[in-house]
Design a protein around this ligand. Structure first.
Ligand SMILES: Nc1ncnc2c1ncn2[C@@H]1O[C@H](COP(=O)(O)OP(=O)(O)OP(=O)(O)O)[C@@H](O)[C@H]1O
Ligand SMILES: [Mg+2]
Length: 261
């Protein structure tokens, strides 16, 4: 893919991605998206998104239906669609924007899509083992079962027969089974009872303590903001807010305008 400096300006200055710069002062965040534009065919969806995620941080990526949240996650994970035409994506000093989805995964990006993609015909354990079939691998099954005891109890059960919450746990567990640096979660709480959301939230905090960086997209914005350190709000494919999660919780007008909460 050819990358061109985009004439369309954003509010962001291009970060200094140089390894040689004074790291403390000028190094980009762990995951940096700079002026990313992406299309589905002719449809211009991601319209100059810039965002930074620091190592070990949880970022909530929020916005109304159709704001471009899923598209932004897919673009970062380097899936074939939407197609990124301009911009840069950096992870830990590596340029993801020149990579395909497989290479991005090997570099440590793991996307847990909204539909979870549990493989039918395989048990819980086999779903995890399949994720560990190729190097570089991450957490061993026992460590994943320590984090999600429900999965351990159901390790011989077919993955698709699990409850929605357990399937979400398996999808996250499978991402951890890879050598992961950044977990991209698309609506992990969707359709789950509050008590299960509590359980998953607890594990996301443990995952954070292990140093993994997370981007969470959620319609349940309040829950996501309670978990997250920082928040980025998208509207029609553009960033309209970038700040702390607490600022969003405190700003009723902002929430009403962009999150309808
Ligand atoms: N495969 C596709 N082809 C064409 N347009 C698409 C495709 N997928 C999404 N879009 C459009 O891109 C825009 C952004 O969609 P996206 O799924 O990224 O939004 P979202 O913020 O995740 O919304 P939601 O909260 O409903 O999940 C929408 O207008 C949507 O209709
Ligand atoms: Mg979506």
């Amino acid at each position: 893919m050819t990358l061109i400096e985009d004439p369309m300006s954003t509010a962001y200055e291009k970060p200094d991605f140089s390894r040689h710069a004074n790291v403390a002062e000028t190094a980009p965040a762990f995951l940096s998206v700079w002026n990313m534009h992406a299309y589905y065919g002719e449809s211009y969806i991601v319209q100059g998104v810039s965002l930074n995620v620091h190592e070990g941080e949880i970022l909530a990526l929020l916005g109304r239906n159709g704001a471009g949240k899923t598209s932004t996650l897919r673009a970062i994970a380097r899936l074939d669609s939407p197609q990124v035409t301009h911009g840069e994506i950096w992870l830990d000093h590596k340029h993801l924007h020149t990579m395909n989805s497989h290479q991005a995964a090997v570099s440590g990006i793991q996307l847990v899509p909204e539909d979870r993609r549990i493989i039918s015909g395989l048990t819980v354990e086999e779903n995890i083992q399949l994720a560990r079939i190729a190097e570089p691998t991450g957490w061993a099954p026992e460590r994943i079962f320590d984090l999600f005891p429900r999965l351990g109890e159901r390790r011989k059960q077919e993955g698709v027969t699990l409850s929605g919450g357990e399937q979400q746990m398996l999808a996250i567990g499978r991402a951890l089974a890879r050598d992961i640096k950044v977990l991209l979660l698309d609506e992990p709480y969707e359709g789950l009872a509050p008590v299960i959301v509590d359980e998953i939230e607890k594990t996301l905090n443990i995952i954070k303590e292990q140093g993994i960086t997370t981007v969470i997209v959620e319609q349940n914005a309040v829950r996501a903001l309670m978990l997250a350190d920082r928040a980025v709000i998208l509207d029609t494919g553009q960033v309209v807010f970038d700040g702390t999660a607490q600022e969003v919780l405190d700003d009723e007008a902002l929430r009403a305008e962009y999150l309808a909460i």
